[in-house]
Design a protein around this ligand. Structure first.
Ligand SMILES: Cc1cc2nc3c(=O)[nH]c(=O)nc-3n(C[C@H](O)[C@H](O)[C@H](O)COP(=O)(O)OP(=O)(O)OC[C@H]3O[C@@H](n4cnc5c(N)ncnc54)[C@H](O)[C@@H]3O)c2cc1C
Length: 469
């Protein structure tokens, strides 16, 4: 049986991995990982994600060693070097072909098409697998044959068409006979502009991901619907970083729900709501393929290209540094910068605050998030930002502008989250933490609101209305 080369990227696991499972059925496997740090930095990924990714590769190497699969590692800086490096490596090893799981953002698709073409012209097999999604983009379309641009009908179609074989876990290969090829050490990461957050906050690898899934389902899954919006409660799975780098698969998550609930669409409301979030994740991957302008810094809704965003570096810096004078926004931004993660409700509040209250271009916020998030993932991040800015799919109607203070009282009623991240406000009674009294601000060393809600709301409404005119 001919040797097979498996190219790992954002699928850092040995269990339920389509490319690895298929390759192992054809012959002995050698694995390869191409470190493209320069390219990933150019795409906006920061130290948290890159450090987590590197540690994920280390964990993968150990897991592969248990199967006697050596992991080779190459430092290639940029995507354009992938085709020649892979074909040369495959030739050196005498491999029959290269196997990988598809990725959907524009540049990654182009890289993969180039790899396919290069392999085939070099006489090698090139095998791509739609592993990260249930439906290959382009195979779940509206009645008119278009990509879905709205989530609810996409989700209905997903539930209606999903088949048992799409959900079935891919085989984990049996250990193969040892090859005379040594695994290689990971090249060091180049110096980063910022230091990654404490590593123990985000242990890398499949085992940690599986433990998180188990803990979530055992203790929190059934309360997900009622608790997911409260940032001070650990109500969500905190699996996003693991899903983004494929240390766990969406199928493993769905199978775990099925064994708890017997259904993905009915039954426990918490678990069904969680499944819906996993479908959002797939939705945004389809959007990246069906509407490639979103991968090129363009809004999904073309007319919003002309929106008069404000150029205000001071306000942007205040938002980034958690100095807006809106405690819920500031606490959220401090959570992001200090942990590499932010609760979903707060991502919506802060993104809407930047794009509506400050009327600053959502692309600046999108880039800042990607720079800090350990789970930074183009499709979900872009989708979330465009939703908040009312430029995207399922856009929040432009006149829906969260009042940050109301959101704060509703989702952090005791002000516990605020007190944790803004200790300067912890001495205030709970209710006052959402909007500290003006006469105490100097004493508290906390800034006055950077902008007045009513005025900012009207300014955003006017800017969107001007688009219509
Ligand atoms: C402005 C903005 C930016 C975002 N940027 C990212 C990002 O870079 N990476 C990322 O993974 N998610 C992003 N999200 C989606 C969401 O906030 C995170 O996935 C979620 O907070 C992660 O926490 P969790 O793992 O506990 O999620 P859970 O609530 O447990 O959800 C389970 C999984 O579903 C997926 N998911 C949940 N919500 C969404 C969503 N709205 N869109 C797409 N997938 C979703 C994630 O993979 C998540 O791990 C963003 C949302 C917004 C509003």
């Amino acid at each position: 049986m001919a040797l097979q080369l498996v190219w790992f990227r954002t699928d850092l696991r040995i269990h339920d991995n389509s490319a690895l499972a298929a390759a192992a059925k054809k012959g002995p496997v050698v694995a390869v990982f191409l470190h493209c740090v320069e390219q990933w930095q150019a795409h906006g990924h920061g130290a948290n994600k890159l450090d987590f990714w590197a540690r994920g590769v280390d964990a993968l190497k150990s897991a592969l060693a248990g199967l006697n699969i050596p992991l080779l590692q190459r430092d290639i800086s940029t995507f354009d070097q992938a085709p020649p490096v892979l074909t040369e490596l495959a030739h050196q090893l005498g491999a029959e072909g290269v196997h990988f799981n598809h990725e959907y953002p524009f540049n990654e698709q182009h890289r993969d098409q180039a790899v396919m073409a290069h392999c085939r012209s070099a006489g090698l097999g090139a095998h791509g697998y739609h592993d990260a999604v249930a439906f290959a983009p382009g195979t779940l379309l509206t009645g008119k044959g278009d990509y879905y641009g709205v989530f609810t009908p996409f989700s209905k179609a997903w539930h209606k068409n999903i088949q048992a074989e799409q959900l079935a876990l891919r085989d984990t290969p049996e250990p193969q006979a040892p090859l005379d090829i040594q695994s290689e050490a990971r090249p060091d990461l180049p110096a980063m502009a910022t230091r990654p957050v404490e590593r123990q906050q985000w242990p890398a690898g499949e085992q940690e991901a599986a433990d998180r899934l188990e803990r979530f389902l055992r203790f929190r899954g059934r309360y997900y619907q009622s608790q997911r919006d409260f940032p001070h409660v650990r109500g969500t799975s905190e699996l996003s970083a693991y899903l983004a780098l494929g240390m766990i698969s969406w199928r493993q998550c769905m199978q775990a729900v099925l064994s708890e609930n017997g259904s993905l669409a009915d039954g426990d409301t918490g678990l069904v709501a969680w499944v819906s979030e996993l479908i959002w994740r797939e939705f945004y991957q389809h959007v990246a393929v069906g509407f490639p302008q979103v991968c090129q810094h363009q809004p999904f809704q073309a007319h919003t290209r002309h929106l008069a965003w404000r150029d205000d570096d001071d306000a942007f810096a205040a938002w980034c540094e958690g100095r807006t004078g809106y405690p819920i926004v500031d606490a959220a931004m401090r959570q992001l910068v200090n942990t590499g993660w932010m609760h979903n409700r707060l991502r919506m509040i802060t993104a809407m605050f930047l794009s509506k209250h400050l009327l600053i271009d959502w692309r600046r916020g999108e880039a800042f998030f990607l720079q800090h998030l350990v789970d930074g993932e183009f499709c979900a991040n872009n989708g979330g930002w465009q939703w908040a800015a009312s430029t995207g799919t399922d856009a929040a109607p432009y006149f829906r502008i969260f009042n940050p203070t109301t959101q704060s009282s509703r989702f952090d009623p005791e002000g516990n989250f605020i007190a944790h991240w803004l200790p300067e406000l912890a001495s205030l009674p709970a209710k006052a933490r959402h909007s500290p009294p003006g006469d105490l601000l100097t004493q508290l060393d906390y800034p006055a609101p950077i902008v007045e809600h009513k005025m900012a709301r009207q300014r955003a409404l006017d800017a969107f209305k001007a688009l219509k005119d």
